[in-house]
Design a protein around this ligand. Sequence first.
Ligand code: ADP
Length: 219
Amino acid sequence: MLRLVGVYKTYAPPYHALENVSFSVEKGEFVFITGPSGAGKTTIIKLITREEIPTKGRIFFGNHDISRISPRKIFLYRRKLGIVFQDFRLIPYLSVYENVALPLIIRGKKKKEIQRRVNSLLQEFEIVHKAQDLPSSLSGGEQQRVAIARAIAGGPELLLADEPTGNLDPFLSKKIMKIFKRLNLKGTTVVVATHDTSLVEEFGGKIVELSYGKIKRVR
Ligand code: ADP
């Protein structure tokens, strides 16, 4: 589904944020990208979402080299992805309900279906009582749950999450990981970037370990 081939990212030469990174993600896989802060995890997520372009090397989604997608068509590629950003990126002037509904509205779903899906997600993530509130009035952990609900609302082919449990206590972190696992069992490919080795050990899957921008090992 996804293949990185000899990828380099150099923000400030001569220092490489990523150096010769190659790995692949098969359809249906659950993959952790792990490593300490600064190892290059967020950079990999940003390259996959086409927020950044590799300095060298290639990234394939299916048979398509995503660096070659024209800027006008990036939105079509991104519709296949569900993205949980590290800084959430909720839309500040939309309510919690509207933020989660957005991917469904974009995909042209019917109002009834949107209501059903959004309400069920808000219940699952225990934020249904905040449905009409603006993101700014929510705690960090609540905003994170809204961000995750929004990322999965549209039924993405590939779910990408950058430190999705960063603001959550251990109980909620596990709950979120279990939701990701359940989605994965139903067929969604999942890639999670995290420095939290306890989650990685508990929830397993393929593990891509980074150290100073290089692959340390893949297991
Ligand atoms: P991680 O997510 O593992 O903490 P990052 O991918 O955020 O790592 O960062 C990898 C390296 O690239 C770090 O040394 C970071 O300072 C550097 N870096 C990340 N983004 C930028 C940027 N926009 N400009 C310059 N350096 C950056």
